[in-house]
Design a protein around this ligand. Structure first.
Ligand SMILES: Nc1ncnc2c1ncn2[C@@H]1O[C@H](COP(=O)(O)OP(=O)(O)OP(=O)(O)O)[C@@H](O)[C@H]1O
Ligand SMILES: [Mg+2]
Length: 283
């Protein structure tokens, strides 16, 4: 390595450390930070994150969501942000977009021009983008931050754990299938290795309720509950499958607000209460 290259690398390393320090400081200002994890994609993690954010906000706490998923950012749509409503910036930094119920949203997706732009970023680029964004965002006064992590336990998850050492804990989202058992175990092992508490497991797509009221446990019954018992962690609750959920999400409507009396909305309110009981009790 030439001297110039070496100097350049040293300068960059210093910059990264500075950014890291800024993020750590900023995150300390936010009371409760919860990372939403799933070992597997497509289990409804973003929907659960957005709905929990809405449930918490409806209970009067100030909520922010950081969407760290570079590949499939869906939080802005699920929180009712119309296309074109994005982040703003001034001399005080980047300001979050404000979605339903005043929820502040920062998503890497808001930096990417169009839905159709494929994001082919390698690990260091992704983690760099997360760090730089978090260093520049001016969150204002926030009680709860939910972090929607991409599926799996890789670069982005580790970066978040490093940048936010004051995380209150993780919430693991799964569906009731045998395949998901393996991935949930991975997510628990990952969280334990980082010494972050697991707040609990949420099972999405637990059952489908017919118009006559009968419940069908399409993917099998009780998997998440038994996993929770096995690992001695809290089972936070189950969310039913409702076709209206997919429709709302696709249309950019906020399910939680559109269907306030639905069983899923009720379940989110109950789960939000349990999460608050868990993290606020530990302060
Ligand atoms: N309980 C549910 N009932 C019906 N549809 C649901 C339910 N939960 C999620 N969906 C739908 O399933 C799809 C996947 O949900 P979502 O995007 O939240 O998953 P994800 O785990 O975040 O996926 P990814 O791994 O791509 O980030 C979406 O179309 C969403 O609307
Ligand atoms: Mg998602």
């Amino acid at each position: 390595m030439s001297l110039d290259n070496y100097k350049e690398t040293a300068k960059r390393m210093k910059q990264i450390q500075e950014e890291q320090k800024i993020v750590v400081q900023k995150m300390k200002q936010i009371k409760y930070k919860i990372a939403v994890l799933s070992g597997k994609g497509g289990v409804g993690k973003s929907f659960v994150t957005a709905s929990l954010a809405a449930a918490l906000a409806s209970q009067g706490v100030k909520v922010a969501v950081f969407d760290a998923d570079v590949h499939g950012p869906s939080i802005p749509t699920m929180l009712g942000l119309k296309e074109g409503i994005g982040l703003t910036a001034d001399e005080n930094g980047i300001h979050p977009a404000v979605g339903a119920l005043g929820i502040k949203v920062v998503s890497i997706g808001l930096l990417i021009p169009s839905d159709s732009t494929p994001v082919i970023w390698r690990g260091p680029l992704k983690t760099g983008a997360i760090r730089q964004l978090l260093a520049q965002v001016n969150w204002g006064d926030i009680d709860y931050m939910l972090i929607d992590l991409p599926p799996g336990t890789g670069d982005e998850q580790l970066t978040i754990a490093q940048l936010i050492p004051s995380l209150s804990g993780t919430v693991i989202v799964t569906i009731p299938s045998d395949v998901s058992r393996v991935v949930v175990k991975k997510a628990i092992a990952f969280t334990n290795r980082l010494n972050i508490p697991v707040i609990g497991i949420i099972e999405n797509m637990t059952y489908f309720e017919c118009p006559d009221g009968t419940k069908h446990y399409i993917f099998g019954k009780g998997a998440a509950e038994s996993l929770a018992k096995e690992f001695n962690i809290t089972y936070l609750g189950g969310i039913p499958i409702e076709p209206k959920i997919r429709e709302s999400n696709d249309k950019g409507k906020v399910f939680f607000l559109e269907y306030p009396d639905s069983p899923a909305t009720m379940a989110f309110l109950e789960i939000a209460g349990k999460i608050r009981g868990s993290v606020e009790g530990k302060q």
